[in-house]
Design a binder for this molecule. Structure first.
Ligand SMILES: Cc1ncc(COP(=O)(O)O)c(C=O)c1O
Length: 308
């Protein structure tokens, strides 16, 4: 992750609980429930600059996921239509001329003490910032299997993108970086491969694309779903199934996917070189398909993009 790629820009307009203000003026009280207890859930959405406008990728899909997750976590979000309108207006108002990242969040804005979800008022915010590459992928990523175990569905469900759950990601990512790696790969409480700190994972073995299934304590990634769609459209055999740790060491190709990292190839895992130590042929095809789709170069996927 490069520092400049993750810095917010303060002179943009943002949305907070019904009002539009400069980002620096969007503040919450120190005793806000979400700040105290991690009671929020969020999305990360990319907007791609196409030379004359921003195309928002999977706008509706992200807000459908957010609305579902908020309901699961007993939070009331605006409707999907309302959130799509806010995000589109956010982009129009700020007029960016580069790739952006949109961060909406449903959060518990009550000021009461006690970690409970019922009878605590809900808020909604949405801001944006520039975003280039989230991970530096030019040399391929060096990843490690984390010593931190992934949260399970019966503790903090990772599929909800709950703010509090990201402490688990932060511990794993920090450990990885402190040990000289680019990224961490979690195992779940069954010892199976799960996902990265903010990415889903794919392996290639014997020409087959493999990714942990939806019961593996992963976030059901929207990019993951897009990759599976490309695989189908390109005739690449793909399977969602439990993945054992040692399959990582035997993989011919390995890559991470997500809104942030897009499609990022992995050169080594736990210092073991993956395949030939170069970006593999299936990874390359899928990365190209992804880039063509998000930059509007493939009309077959035009419905994935919403012009702002
Ligand atoms: C833990 C985790 N897994 C996977 C992903 C990828 O999900 P998506 O493709 O929907 O961005 C993310 C989000 O960025 C994430 O935070």
């Amino acid at each position: 992750m490069t520092k400049s790629a993750t810095q917010p820009v303060n002179n943009t307009f943002a949305y907070l609980d019904g009002g539009w203000r400069p980002l620096t003026e969007c503040t919450v009280p120190v005793n806000t429930h979400a700040l105290q207890y991690g009671t929020g859930c969020f999305e990360g959405i990319r907007g791609y600059w196409s030379g004359d406008r921003i195309n928002i990728l999977f706008l509706r899909e992200h807000f459908q996921r957010l609305a579902g997750n908020a309901a699961l976590l007993m939070m009331k979000s605006p409707t999907v239509d309302e959130m799509c309108t806010i995000a589109t207006r956010l982009v129009r108002q700020n007029e960016p001329k580069h790739n952006i990242y949109i961060r909406p969040m449903v959060y518990k804005k009550g000021l009461t003490l006690g970690p409970v979800l019922i009878d605590v008022p809900d808020g909604f915010l949405c801001y944006m910032q520039p975003l280039g590459d989230y991970l530096d992928t030019s040399k391929g990523l060096s990843v490690c299997v984390s010593s931190w175990q992934r949260l399970s569905d019966n503790s903090i469900p990772t599929r909800t993108k709950a703010t509090g759950g990201y402490l688990n990601s932060a511990l794993a990512k920090s450990e990885a970086v402190m040990n000289g790696y680019d990224e961490a790969v979690f195992l779940n409480d069954r010892g199976q491969v799960c996902e990265g700190s903010a990415e889903n994972i794919f392996l290639v073995r014997g020409g087959e694309l493999i990714t942990p299934d939806r019961t593996a304590d992963i976030l059901e990634g929207i990019t993951r779903r897009a990759i599976l769609q490309f695989a189908k459209d390109l005739g690449i055999p793909a399977v969602e199934r439990p993945v054992a740790r040692t399959e990582l060491y035997l993989a011919d190709e390995l890559f991470l996917v997500g809104t942030g990292c897009q499609v990022s190839w992995v050169r080594s895992v736990d210092k073991r070189v993956v395949g030939a130590g170069t970006r593999g042929p299936l990874t390359e095809r899928l990365q190209r398909a992804y880039e063509d789709a998000v930059y509007g170069r493939n009309p077959a996927y035009a419905s994935w993009l919403t012009p702002a």
